[in-house]
Design a protein around this ligand. Structure first.
Ligand code: ATP
Ligand code: MG
Length: 699
């Protein structure tokens, strides 16, 4: 144990070591991608426990995604197993959940500590329900939009100024409390509220933690920053890279970096050697990020390896050509030097995965997609888990409503509404109300049958020796098995497989948790509730990864393809006129490039089918920015720049008809300095564009 840690510490460079063994006082490790920030953080955790005899229970380590949290646990585990046990190594959400599990009742809002966490879909369903009950026009107020407004208000991004939305928000809040539910935002926002308003609770956690360590600090938003500040720990250790701040759209605050140094009076350590990528890759990254004016420090990444192979830029003729090229190259790479797991294909938006998925299927390249429909969002999985939630807590009306008629057993909406009204009025659960409300004989029978199912499931689940068995118990007992048996298509088979897949989760629960069955189940359900971007738990398999850039933050791959580098896609069209957005897009591309260890491919295409229409696309401005004279271009090199050169850029005037490569025909409404306002088809509306942008031509 000790030897391994000693060895790892001896291999660190001076500044890394300085950060690892830093004694007291706040510290900010600020450094570019791949410079070993996460490694420094995990080694420090191991060092504190192993060498400084810090009690692991008094260390809090926080990061952003489940994958990253898992990686941190894994790395610390690797260094000092099993002495890391008890350390709080979580995402912000999981940390909030743990705090609220111990203190939600102290919020004085009516929450008990055993509330249930709901996912995005469930939250939307509740909002949809409110909209319906209040007779609100869902076209004018789409549930997703309302959810965003609510989320923005909760996390201090923007206040709600629409009365209808405010009313929905108030009802939503009450409904959640009544049903003992919290959404993801609540886990953070209520933790903050608790720390802010409750001196006892705050003091408890202030004294509990001797050390707090935060990874990916550049992505903290205002609420998260407040939480860290309220914990007021003199050994707060944060690592981050402002160039990789890519969550502004969710409220991440660039200024937190400076704030931390100022308000905590933190010492700053800079790391500058990159241990991940070759110099050719880093040169591209350096060149790119130089174009961001808002950078506070100009740092150049230098590789501790050699130059490596040149990066490859491929300009395809259309999207099929792009996919074919990537597919062939993967076949090529995996036929000698590389495994599938070494390779990632990254894009700006989820919808771009479809053609790659199709092609990989045809050529039998094994792959997984990060963050498609997550495993836990599938209907059958949610249904089975909902059964379990009702078994564990029959007061959970929300989940009871989900399954009372799934599979169908003749309990209609009228019955459910009646049951709910009675339960609300008499302050009891819907489950208990079943015994009191008068229904027709047939309905009453169905309801009784449902109640029996739940009671029997409960008995069996309490008795079973191994948790893994409960999936079979639920599958059969819920009626799901019978229901799927009657359907013989592939879908039904897949559904059955998904339910069976849950067995793996519960088998691990057998090992990882303590207590009786119900207690163990509660812990597993908590863990599952926080899964957002996990597709099963198979990221360790030998498969190619398809992912958006946001989903691979902090990760690394030997080979990276970044695809669809086209104007309007990457950078996305939101950033046409907004320099702030364009800089954010550039940081996203920077994150993408810096995932690559050995080989980097960047591709785009001239023509692409977007939402059923073929569009001529212009190469992304970022391609020009990373350009290197010695870069190698795959055959069929084709420069679009000459073709798109705008020859008549200076003489636009109001009333001119123009053609834009992506938006089609439009009329010039205004020309002012460098900016030209054009009215396109209703589909695109009015756009402000740079006058001499190569995508605009006079007709
Ligand atoms: P990102 O900004 O992408 O999150 P990071 O700064 O957190 O990157 P790490 O993931 O910690 O970087 O490290 C990048 C790679 O470099 C890892 O494979 C890590 O093991 C390796 N590494 C870090 N420091 C050293 C070192 N001193 N010697 C050898 N390898 C190192
Ligand atoms: Mg990292």
């Amino acid at each position: 144990n000790d030897k391994k840690l000693d060895y790892e510490i001896s291999r660190l460079n001076n500044n890394q070591r300085k950060a690892v063994i830093h004694e007291n006082g706040p510290l900010f490790v600020v450094a570019g991608a791949g410079t070993g920030k996460t490694k420094t953080l995990t080694t420090r955790i191991a060092y504190l426990i192993e060498k400084m005899n810090v009690d692991p229970n008094r260390i809090l380590g926080v990061t952003f995604t489940n994958k990253a949290a898992k990686e941190i646990r894994h790395r610390v585990n690797d260094l000092i197993y099993p002495n890391q046990m008890g350390a709080w190594l979580y995402t912000f959400h999981a940390f909030g959940l743990r705090v609220l599990r111990e203190n939600a009742v102290n919020l004085n809002l009516g929450y008990k500590n055993d509330f249930t966490v709901i996912d995005e879909d469930d939250a939307l369903a509740i909002i949809r329900d409110i909209i319906k009950k209040q007779n609100i026009d869902a076209k004018k107020y789409p549930p997703r939009m309302i959810k965003n407004f609510i989320s923005n208000e909760k996390t201090f991004i923007r206040n709600i100024d629409d009365e209808v939305v405010r009313d929905v928000y108030d009802r939503y809040k009450l409904e959640l409390i009544k049903e003992q539910l919290m959404d993801f935002d609540d886990l953070i926002v209520y933790t903050n509220k608790l720390f802010k308003e409750n001196l006892l609770v705050r003091t408890k956690y202030q004294t509990l933690f001797t050390h707090i360590l935060i990874d990916e600090f550049q992505d903290t938003d205002k609420v998260q920053y407040e939480i860290i500040k309220l914990l007021n720990n003199e050994n707060t250790f944060v690592v981050g890279d402002p160039d990789q701040s890519i969550y502004a759209f969710r409220g991440a605050r660039y200024e937190n970096n400076q704030l931390f140094v100022k308000e905590f009076g933190a010492e700053v350590i800079v790391l500058d050697e990159n241990y991940r990528s070759t110099n050719n890759i880093l040169k591209a990254a350096n060149k790119l990020i130089k174009n961001n004016n808002s950078r506070t420090t100009d740092k150049n990444l230098v590789s501790s390896f050699g130059d490596g192979v040149p990066i490859v830029v491929h300009l395809a003729s259309d999207d099929f050509d792009e996919v074919r090229t990537v597919t062939n190259e993967i076949i090529n790479l995996t036929s000698h030097k590389y495994n599938y797991e070494d390779i990632a294909v990254l894009y700006r938006n989820n919808h771009l995965s479809r053609l790659f998925e199709h092609s990989f299927m045809q050529t039998q390249i094994p792959y997984i997609i990060y963050g498609g429909i997550s495993f836990y969002e599938r209907k059958e999985v949610k249904d089975i888990l909902a059964y379990l939630k009702v078994v564990v807590d029959t007061n959970s009306n929300f989940y009871l409503k989900r399954i009372i008629n799934t599979p169908t057993r003749g309990i209609g909406n009228v019955t459910i509404n009646k049951l709910e009204e009675y339960a609300n009025f008499n302050n009891m659960s819907m489950f208990d109300a079943i015994d009191y409300v008068k229904f027709s004989a047939k309905t009453a029978n169905s309801l009784k049958e449902f109640k029996n199912i739940i009671n029997e499931l409960k008995e069996k689940i309490e008795e079973t020796k191994e948790l893994v068995n409960i999936i079979d118990v639920l599958f059969v007992g819920s009626g799901y098995y019978e229901f799927l048996k009657e359907e013989t298509d592939d879908k039904a088979k897949e559904r059955k497989e998904n339910i069976m897949e849950l067995k793996n989760v519960f088998r691990q629960g057998d090992w990882n948790y303590e207590g009786n069955n119900i207690e163990k189940i509660k812990q597993i359900l908590d863990e599952l509730a926080l899964y957002t971007d996990h597709d099963k738990d198979n990221q360790d398999l030998n498969v190619v990864k398809l992912a958006t850039v946001h989903q691979v933050k902090g990760l690394e791959f030997k080979v990276v393809f970044v695809v669809a580098l086209e104007d309007g896609l990457f950078p996305s069209d939101r950033s046409y006129m907004d320099p702030f957005e364009l800089e954010e897009e550039r940081r996203i591309f920077y994150v993408a490039i810096t995932r690559a260890k050995e080989r980097l491919y960047v591709t785009n295409t001239q023509r692409r089918m977007v939402y059923g229409q073929i569009k001529n696309n212009i190469p992304s401005v970022f391609l020009r920015e990373i350009k290197n004279d010695e870069e190698k271009i795959l055959p069929k090199k084709y420069s679009r720049e000459t073709i798109n050169k705008n020859t008549s850029s200076d003489d636009f005037k109001s009333g001119d008809i123009v053609v834009h490569d992506s938006f089609g025909k439009g009329v010039v409404v205004e020309v002012k300095d460098d900016i030209i306002t054009i009215a396109f088809n209703v589909e695109y509306g009015i756009k402000k564009l740079l006058k001499n942008h190569p995508s605009i031509k006079k007709e």
